[in-house]
Design a protein around this ligand. Structure first.
Ligand code: HEM
Length: 180
Protein backbone atom coordinates (compact mmCIF):
# COMPACT_ATOMS: atom_id res chain seq x y z
CA UNK A 1 0.00 0.00 0.00
CA UNK A 2 1.30 3.47 -0.88
CA UNK A 3 2.13 5.73 2.12
CA UNK A 4 -0.39 8.52 2.68
CA UNK A 5 0.40 11.70 0.85
CA UNK A 6 1.98 14.29 3.11
CA UNK A 7 0.44 17.62 2.33
CA UNK A 8 2.18 20.91 3.01
CA UNK A 9 0.34 23.15 5.47
CA UNK A 10 -1.78 25.68 3.68
CA UNK A 11 -0.74 28.44 6.12
CA UNK A 12 2.33 30.36 4.97
CA UNK A 13 4.66 31.29 7.84
CA UNK A 14 6.00 34.80 7.30
CA UNK A 15 9.06 35.96 9.22
CA UNK A 16 10.94 39.24 9.16
CA UNK A 17 14.14 37.35 8.33
CA UNK A 18 15.65 37.57 11.83
CA UNK A 19 13.84 34.64 13.44
CA UNK A 20 12.07 37.15 15.66
CA UNK A 21 8.72 36.25 17.13
CA UNK A 22 5.81 38.50 16.36
CA UNK A 23 5.29 41.48 18.65
CA UNK A 24 2.48 39.78 20.48
CA UNK A 25 1.96 36.07 20.72
CA UNK A 26 -1.31 34.23 21.11
CA UNK A 27 -1.23 34.48 24.92
CA UNK A 28 -1.41 38.25 24.66
CA UNK A 29 2.03 38.72 26.16
CA UNK A 30 4.81 40.74 24.52
CA UNK A 31 7.78 39.52 22.47
CA UNK A 32 10.15 37.40 24.57
CA UNK A 33 13.87 38.08 24.45
CA UNK A 34 16.23 36.40 26.87
CA UNK A 35 19.78 37.55 27.52
CA UNK A 36 22.86 35.50 28.35
CA UNK A 37 23.40 35.76 32.11
CA UNK A 38 26.86 35.70 33.71
CA UNK A 39 27.94 32.49 35.50
CA UNK A 40 26.57 32.40 39.04
CA UNK A 41 23.46 34.38 38.06
CA UNK A 42 20.86 31.66 37.58
CA UNK A 43 17.42 31.67 39.20
CA UNK A 44 18.77 29.20 41.75
CA UNK A 45 21.68 31.49 42.60
CA UNK A 46 19.22 34.31 43.16
CA UNK A 47 17.08 32.17 45.50
CA UNK A 48 20.20 31.44 47.51
CA UNK A 49 21.14 35.12 47.70
CA UNK A 50 17.65 36.00 48.91
CA UNK A 51 17.80 33.66 51.90
CA UNK A 52 21.39 34.50 52.82
CA UNK A 53 22.14 38.19 52.12
CA UNK A 54 18.53 39.24 51.62
CA UNK A 55 17.32 37.94 54.98
CA UNK A 56 19.96 40.14 56.65
CA UNK A 57 18.85 43.19 54.71
CA UNK A 58 22.01 43.20 52.60
CA UNK A 59 20.30 43.49 49.22
CA UNK A 60 19.40 47.13 49.78
CA UNK A 61 21.71 49.86 48.53
CA UNK A 62 21.60 53.59 49.26
CA UNK A 63 20.55 53.45 52.90
CA UNK A 64 23.40 55.64 54.13
CA UNK A 65 22.39 58.52 51.90
CA UNK A 66 18.69 57.83 52.54
CA UNK A 67 18.84 58.47 56.29
CA UNK A 68 20.51 61.82 55.67
CA UNK A 69 17.94 62.87 53.06
CA UNK A 70 15.77 65.65 54.58
CA UNK A 71 12.84 64.71 52.34
CA UNK A 72 13.00 61.14 53.66
CA UNK A 73 13.22 62.39 57.25
CA UNK A 74 10.19 64.64 56.68
CA UNK A 75 8.08 61.72 55.40
CA UNK A 76 9.28 59.12 57.89
CA UNK A 77 9.64 60.73 61.29
CA UNK A 78 9.47 58.71 64.52
CA UNK A 79 9.19 54.94 64.67
CA UNK A 80 10.30 54.30 61.08
CA UNK A 81 13.47 56.39 61.46
CA UNK A 82 14.20 54.51 64.67
CA UNK A 83 14.01 51.14 62.94
CA UNK A 84 16.22 52.32 60.08
CA UNK A 85 18.77 53.64 62.57
CA UNK A 86 18.76 50.22 64.27
CA UNK A 87 19.50 48.60 60.91
CA UNK A 88 16.28 46.55 60.86
CA UNK A 89 16.11 45.07 57.33
CA UNK A 90 13.84 47.40 55.34
CA UNK A 91 11.46 44.61 54.31
CA UNK A 92 10.67 44.08 58.02
CA UNK A 93 10.08 47.74 58.92
CA UNK A 94 6.45 48.58 59.89
CA UNK A 95 4.83 50.76 58.85
CA UNK A 96 6.63 50.57 55.52
CA UNK A 97 9.00 53.45 54.78
CA UNK A 98 7.41 56.12 52.58
CA UNK A 99 9.29 56.99 49.38
CA UNK A 100 8.20 59.69 46.92
CA UNK A 101 9.46 60.50 43.42
CA UNK A 102 12.02 63.00 44.72
CA UNK A 103 13.64 60.36 46.97
CA UNK A 104 13.29 57.65 44.30
CA UNK A 105 15.22 59.70 41.72
CA UNK A 106 18.23 59.84 44.06
CA UNK A 107 18.32 56.04 43.93
CA UNK A 108 18.06 55.49 40.22
CA UNK A 109 21.73 55.53 39.37
CA UNK A 110 21.21 53.82 36.05
CA UNK A 111 24.68 54.50 34.69
CA UNK A 112 26.66 52.64 37.32
CA UNK A 113 23.67 50.48 38.44
CA UNK A 114 25.11 50.56 41.97
CA UNK A 115 21.98 51.98 43.50
CA UNK A 116 18.85 51.24 41.51
CA UNK A 117 15.33 51.26 42.95
CA UNK A 118 12.09 50.71 41.05
CA UNK A 119 8.36 50.87 41.77
CA UNK A 120 6.19 47.78 41.27
CA UNK A 121 2.53 47.71 42.28
CA UNK A 122 3.01 50.76 44.48
CA UNK A 123 5.96 49.33 46.39
CA UNK A 124 9.59 50.39 46.05
CA UNK A 125 12.15 47.63 45.52
CA UNK A 126 15.92 47.80 45.36
CA UNK A 127 16.96 46.08 42.12
CA UNK A 128 20.69 46.89 42.35
CA UNK A 129 21.56 43.23 42.84
CA UNK A 130 18.67 41.69 40.93
CA UNK A 131 19.44 43.49 37.64
CA UNK A 132 22.30 41.11 36.79
CA UNK A 133 20.01 38.14 37.44
CA UNK A 134 17.16 39.31 35.22
CA UNK A 135 16.67 36.90 32.29
CA UNK A 136 15.28 39.74 30.17
CA UNK A 137 18.34 41.96 30.73
CA UNK A 138 19.08 45.15 32.60
CA UNK A 139 18.18 47.88 30.10
CA UNK A 140 14.54 46.93 29.69
CA UNK A 141 13.91 47.33 33.43
CA UNK A 142 15.87 50.58 33.69
CA UNK A 143 14.01 51.97 30.70
CA UNK A 144 10.57 51.40 32.24
CA UNK A 145 11.49 52.16 35.86
CA UNK A 146 12.77 55.63 35.04
CA UNK A 147 9.60 56.71 33.22
CA UNK A 148 6.87 58.90 34.65
CA UNK A 149 4.83 57.50 36.38
CA UNK A 150 7.53 55.04 37.45
CA UNK A 151 5.43 51.93 38.27
CA UNK A 152 6.67 49.04 36.07
CA UNK A 153 3.55 46.93 36.66
CA UNK A 154 2.12 47.38 33.15
CA UNK A 155 5.37 46.46 31.37
CA UNK A 156 5.99 43.62 33.81
CA UNK A 157 2.57 42.09 33.11
CA UNK A 158 2.98 42.43 29.35
CA UNK A 159 6.09 40.24 29.47
CA UNK A 160 5.46 37.78 32.26
CA UNK A 161 2.24 37.95 34.23
CA UNK A 162 3.05 34.50 35.66
CA UNK A 163 6.25 35.62 37.44
CA UNK A 164 5.85 36.38 41.17
CA UNK A 165 7.89 39.54 41.64
CA UNK A 166 6.71 39.90 45.22
CA UNK A 167 8.24 36.53 46.08
CA UNK A 168 11.46 37.00 44.10
CA UNK A 169 12.01 40.46 45.55
CA UNK A 170 10.68 39.80 49.03
CA UNK A 171 13.87 40.90 50.80
CA UNK A 172 14.52 43.72 48.32
CA UNK A 173 11.50 45.66 49.54
CA UNK A 174 12.42 49.22 50.48
CA UNK A 175 9.01 50.69 51.24
CA UNK A 176 5.79 52.07 49.74
CA UNK A 177 5.62 54.62 46.97
CA UNK A 178 3.71 57.76 47.89
CA UNK A 179 2.58 60.64 45.67
CA UNK A 180 4.35 63.97 46.23
C1 HEM B 1 9.86 46.77 33.30
C2 HEM B 1 9.92 45.63 33.87
C3 HEM B 1 10.29 44.34 33.19
C4 HEM B 1 10.28 44.00 31.88
C5 HEM B 1 9.84 44.84 30.72
C6 HEM B 1 10.76 42.63 31.78
C7 HEM B 1 10.95 41.92 30.63
C8 HEM B 1 11.40 40.63 30.56
C9 HEM B 1 11.74 39.92 29.34
C10 HEM B 1 11.71 40.51 27.94
C11 HEM B 1 12.09 38.67 29.68
C12 HEM B 1 12.54 37.55 28.76
C13 HEM B 1 11.33 36.70 28.48
C14 HEM B 1 11.67 35.33 28.02
O1 HEM B 1 12.14 35.18 26.90
O2 HEM B 1 11.45 34.40 28.78
C15 HEM B 1 11.96 38.55 31.10
C16 HEM B 1 12.15 37.40 31.80
C17 HEM B 1 12.02 37.29 33.15
N1 HEM B 1 11.84 38.35 34.02
FE1 HEM B 1 11.45 40.25 33.53
N2 HEM B 1 11.00 42.16 33.04
C18 HEM B 1 10.75 43.19 33.92
C19 HEM B 1 10.90 43.17 35.27
C20 HEM B 1 11.16 42.04 35.98
C21 HEM B 1 11.28 41.98 37.42
C22 HEM B 1 11.18 43.18 38.36
C23 HEM B 1 11.47 40.67 37.74
C24 HEM B 1 11.66 40.02 39.06
C25 HEM B 1 11.15 40.28 40.10
C26 HEM B 1 11.49 39.91 36.52
C27 HEM B 1 11.63 38.55 36.44
C28 HEM B 1 11.77 37.82 35.28
C29 HEM B 1 11.89 36.38 35.23
C30 HEM B 1 11.84 35.42 36.42
C31 HEM B 1 12.02 36.05 33.89
C32 HEM B 1 12.13 34.64 33.29
C33 HEM B 1 10.72 34.22 32.92
C34 HEM B 1 10.63 32.85 32.28
O3 HEM B 1 11.64 32.30 31.89
O4 HEM B 1 9.50 32.36 32.19
N3 HEM B 1 11.32 40.77 35.47
N4 HEM B 1 11.56 39.78 31.61
Amino acid sequence: MDPPEIRKPSVRIVTNGSNALPNRNNTGTAKRKKVRLQPGHSALDWSHKVVTDGAKGLLITGLDTLVQDSEFQRLNAGTVMNQVAHRIPTYKIRPLMAINSKILKNHQDYLSKHDFWAVYKGKVYCLSYYLDFHPGGIEIIIDHATRDPPDIRGAFDRYHRWVSAEKLLETCLVGKYVED
